[in-house]
Design a binder for this molecule. Structure first.
Ligand code: ZN
Length: 550
């Protein structure tokens, strides 16, 4: 029997627990086939692209939502929680998970409709609006292209300004949406929607503040140094003084990505390989075979098919699939490693874990596993062995890839701090001067200058405030955990002094460690408890900094 089944099969139940147990049994009987049907429909829609398939998804998603919006059942669960009598650990966890699922759907139907309608309206404005340069409409791709390649500062600034024009169109609506979300949250007894979202996601605002503050302190100096290097390269390229660098001198509208100055074309190493084959071989080698996942998956481009990539657990009983649009290049190598990371997490849950807990501990813990594996596509040791490169080729890659990885991670970390801190304050007080608040954050965290006299809702041009509220911090938490696991595995499991030559190839200890300590338990433990059990300490930014600040 695995360690996890000892936890799952406990002792006798008290009266409250017995009542809860039968509630859960009935609930799972009802919800399990519905969720499977919805997952299958969503898979079919992603493959076919047909509107009627997407309609079916909406219909089935709504049906699932209706189950969770039942106020009597919510009251029952609330009473259970407040009674303090549910002591059995595994029942208490299921109660937490259920309670949160019901809590977030308790918004009254009329208010919910307003929120959904306004969100859809804003999203529509985002997708139909086109910015203009000298009166001429430009697409997002054209703007991105200009910011990547144009050397004339005036043209760059025009493109950057065009990327912000949508902000003015949607800002008032976003503020209205924020207020409606806050209204819903207050009716459920929370300060604001940000707090409610974190609570239902089992995240604590003080804990997140602590992590983000520490990350801020630890990355301050190294980021300033790296950015100074970057700035001098950019200034030379655009023929301006370093002090004259403005937001439009970076290579994307928000300075969330690495400017292309250190990047290296890795595609040449992958073009004659089969990325699916390479990924399969790698996962087999670490003792986490993926053949059965790939057999159910859809991997190549087709007319009408969703052009991105994702992983889905259809039934929590082993039918795990990934969708990709593979090409033999570095980006898709990273993507298939990433999606299969999600997939092995889902695939290797212990089947005896109750249905409600047979899923990752948190959305960011599965993201962390996916990132952990995705990072390998640029890892020189992994590339050398996988792609049979010479020492010289490896040295060439190493020259650039370390610098690139540092810059990429630090730029993203500082950008995520802007998003996390701004969003928290946006919901705390949507009446404040948000335009100024945004630039204060950008100046503080990204060290990018506010254009003189600029007073526009530049923040509102970020679509995530509308479509994925209070979520962005999870990307950063995923990176932190990926590094924490990496550090622990290198030093404690593989017993190595440093991670310099670590490729993880054929290291079955890796698969075994992840299965036993992360995958099997699913959501049996709260995410931070799982991390503590796996690595000996709760989530910390220390190891991310150790890995990417050299
Ligand atoms: Zn992912």
């Amino acid at each position: 029997m695995s360690t996890i089944s000892v936890v799952v099969f406990g002792c006798a139940y008290n009266a409250k627990e017995t009542k809860l147990k039968s509630f859960i049994t009935a609930h799972v009987e009802q919800i399990k086939p519905m969720e499977k049907e919805a997952s299958l429909a969503s898979w079919d829609a992603a493959i076919s692209g047909k509107p009627e398939d997407y309609d079916k998804v909406s219909e089935l998603t709504l049906k699932v939502r209706q189950v969770y919006s039942n106020p009597q059942e919510f009251a029952f669960l609330k009473d259970m929680k407040e009674s303090g009598q549910v002591e059995n650990a595994i029942l208490a966890r299921q109660l937490d998970v259920l309670y949160n699922s019901y809590l977030e759907t308790q918004i009254e139907p009329e208010l919910l409709k307003k929120i959904v309608d306004l969100g859809t309206e804003i999203e529509k404005n985002f997708s139909t609006f086109r910015g203009t340069i000298e009166g001429k409409k430009v697409t997002d791709n054209e703007i991105k292209e200009i910011l990547k390649t144009q050397t004339d500062s005036r043209k760059r600034s025009q493109a950057w300004l065009a990327s912000k024009q949508v902000g003015a169109i949607v800002a008032d609506d976003i503020i209205r949406l924020v207020k409606l979300r806050n209204q819903a949250a207050r009716k459920l007894g929370f300060d604001n929607y940000h707090t409610l979202s974190l609570v239902t996601a089992e995240q604590d605002v003080e804990e997140l503040d602590r992590i983000f503050d520490e990350l801020y302190e630890l990355t301050n100096e190294p980021f300033a140094e790296l950015k100074a290097d970057l700035d001098s390269i950019l200034a030379a390229k655009y023929n301006v003084a370093v002090t004259e660098l403005m937001p439009w001198h970076y290579h994307d509208p928000f300075f969330q990505e690495t400017p292309m100055v250190y990047d290296l074309d890795l595609d040449v190493y992958y073009e004659n390989k089969d990325v699916k084959e390479l990924a399969t071989r790698f996962y087999t080698g670490i003792g986490l075979p993926v053949e059965s996942i790939l057999a159910n998956s859809d991997l190549y481009e087709r007319e009408g098919k969703n052009p991105h990539a994702f992983c889905t657990d259809i039934d929590r009983e082993g039918d795990v699939r990934i969708l990709c649009n593979l090409k033999n290049n570095e980006a898709w190598m990273e993507t298939i490693l990433h999606e299969l990371g999600h997939a092995v997490y889902d695939k290797y849950h212990e089947p005896q874990v109750p249905y409600l807990l047979r899923k990752p501990a948190h959305i960011f813990t599965t993201e962390a596993i996916a990132m952990f594996f995705g990072r390998l596509s640029r890892n020189p040791a992994w590339m050398q062995q996988t792609l049979e490169l010479s020492d010289q080729q490896r040295a060439e890659i190493e020259n650039v890839s370390d610098k690139y990885a540092q810059l990429k991670q630090l730029i993203f970390a500082r950008w995520d701090m802007v998003m996390y801190n701004f969003e928290k304050q946006l919901y705390a007080n949507p009446e404040q001067d948000l335009n100024s608040l945004w630039w204060q954050m950008v100046e503080k965290y990204q060290l990018v200058k506010r254009p003189q006299g600029r007073n526009e809702p530049d923040w509102a041009a970020k679509i995530h405030f509308t479509i994925a509220p209070c979520y962005y911090h999870n990307y950063m938490l995923g990176e932190l955990l990926a590094s924490q696991l990496h550090h622990h595995i290198v030093h404690e499991i593989l017993k190595l002094e440093s991670d310099e030559n670590v490729s993880y190839i054929d290291r079955r200890e890796l698969g075994e460690f992840l299965s036993k300590n992360v995958f099997e338990a699913g959501a049996v433990y709260h995410w931070n408890e799982m991390i503590k059990r796996a690595t000996g300490e709760p989530l910390t930014p220390k190891y991310f900094v150790a890995q990417f600040v050299k």
